[in-house]
Design a protein around this ligand. Sequence first.
Ligand code: ARG
Length: 482
Amino acid sequence: MRYREKLLGPGEERLVRYTSSIRDDQAIAGEVLEVLKAHVAHLAERKLIPRGSAARIIRLLEEARKDTGLVLREGYEDVHEAVEAYLEERLGLEAGWAALGRSRNDHVAAALRLRARRLLLDLLASILGLRKTLLSKAEQHMADVIPAHTHFQPAQPTTLAHYLLSVEEALADSWRHIHSTLVDVVDKSPLGSGAAVGTTVPLDRARLSQLLGFREPVVNTLYASSSRLFLFAAASAAYTAMLVVSRFAEDMVLWSHPSLGYVELPPAHLSTSSLMPHKRNPVTMEVLRARAVELLGDLLALAGIEAGLPSGYSLDLQEASRHAWRVLSETIEAVSVVEDLVKGLQATGRGVEEAGRLPLSSPDLAERLSVEKGVPYREAHRTVASMIAEGLGPDAIAKRLGLEAPLTPRESVESKNVLGAPAPGRVEEALRVAWERVRTDEKGFAETLEAYARGEEELGRLVAWVKGGAGGDNGDTQVPEA
Ligand code: ARG
């Protein structure tokens, strides 16, 4: 039986299909069943519904969990209505106990939070993988000098290791932002909020939260049942990783261009032309760049749906989630594609040639002139600039100024000895710090996983109690005396 039938009649198929979320609900069917199971088990432990009925409902929910095709049927408003129809077809009126004390509004929010939690965990794991790959790669390329750019003009010599460390540190910031968004914003239970203002049914919201392994309940029932702020927070936090890898993709496209050629990309990431037999096109990075922009459309949709809504649930919110899933799953994929590329990335040696060909040590000369000869830096800068304008190279400038300045690209790199700069000792130091940060984050990740596992165990124990013992599955349909 569908919700609308008694009040509004059967409706029109075309319009039911227009407003139905059943196809999008594929993404959360498993979570919806899990949430309902926890709710029904809790109703039984609070002696609000017959334990035997709860056991029978839970068995059916578990069957549907194994084959979600049983509940993802067309013709319903959404998976929640379809699940109730599935239960009613098998248990008749007894199935109606599952509807006590809940609304689709609090249940869908709980399912979405569980789904977002899983995707964020996958993303965190894949970012950790990429960070470790970047660090290992940096260890192999500490001596590979390349020009660093500003304004995409060759600026000063650095090393491939120093560059890879810059990507890793950005991803470390992204990782921590995503992890804290997961723990502090997403990982909260809206269950027991009802449609907007809770319920007269004496549910224990903290217990419901615990049964699904949430960290704590969302306190306010109106907020809990009517907002997708957590989805926007999750997607926008995830997008920080997309920002990092899409800039990296752009560097790979440019640096592998034959006119620069600092790096060679692994062949699996290239494709050739149907017409031009010499072409080596960096296609994975091109697609990644485009997807990064496409996801901005999803973020905009997600924020836009929430932005103008009056308080309380509106069906607009149903349209928000697919955008969040796209951002999260595309970002996971992009991170793993980049990890694969980094593993096969090779330095060509052309970076150091390029750095040597250009007067990239000119800032070093000006700085030495200032520090060693007591010339105010602005004046030293002018002096060196005029000599470059005259057409002098670094050697000639150093000679004329009487300086023992670093001249080769490698000497220039060695002379950059402040924290986080490319001097070999500083890169070694940065690598130690970065590996330590990875280990700390791995520990945080494991602790987060353990907390979720504890929730699963708790629900498992309760469900075993519901199914077992007197009243478990003995046909009992009476509500026990409280
Ligand atoms: N399918 C809806 C969603 O995904 C949940 C149902 C809420 N519907 C309602 N009429 N209150 O958000």
